[in-house]
Design a protein around this ligand. Sequence first.
Ligand code: UDP
Length: 251
Amino acid sequence: MSKMPKALSVLGIPVHVMSNYPGWLLECLQQGRGTHVVTLNAEMTMQAEQNKSLAQVIQDAELVIPDGAGVVLYLRWLLWQKVQRFPGIELAEQLLQEIGQQNTAIKVFFYGGAPGVAAKAAEYWQQEIPGLNIAGTHSGYHSLEEEEKLRETFRQVQPQVIFVGLGVPRQELWIAKNRHLCPEAIWIGVGGSFDIWSGTKTRAPAWLGNNNLEWLYRLYQEPWRWRRMLALPAFAVKAFVYRLTARGAIS
Ligand code: UDP
């Protein structure tokens, strides 16, 4: 197993910077090493300040990747070198492509989104990669009894890559509570990725993402998010103070 890179601290939260996340995850898969992947952005960092359970779950995750302009700009400032933003949706897409090329026996599961959305996302991927083994899909809106049935499905099917799209922090807390059901799986919180893959929503144009402005597009698409986005300037102020007073590397 390739060595885990040093974790850097973004307001006390570990972030792992490495050049090949999908490759590292494939090694985890081959070795049956259960992994929780968190894709960190500024909003989540600020939520973790208020929500100690979320903070603990992120601390315990095997891999935290920098997804989000604020986190990346902060890391660049910390390291004085280019840190690439790696949106969670792109990590998920690259991982699926790699699985399609290397081992289509690997069982994949899509959990989350409005009724029918995960199934539609699975259809999309099945067309992209015909051999892909999508072992199941489940919507993210359900009763407690249905959820218990879903747990039983996980126990029996033992998917190896499980995408959970319930939004932050629900998906991170859900994974931490339930990952024991498939201890060898890679569990990734993917937010609204099923909405994109199913065609329900669209992603920002690449030029906005490349200029760290994807958040602006989301605000345009979902204006009701403005309140949540106040976390961005709050993060900037906090990061500035933290950088001046604390050391970056935490392990
Ligand atoms: N969602 C869900 N169950 C819930 C609440 C939300 O499946 O109880 C889904 C919702 O349909 C959407 C995703 O979670 O597909 C949240 O997407 P968003 O882009 O808002 O995620 P975030 O920005 O929080 O990562």
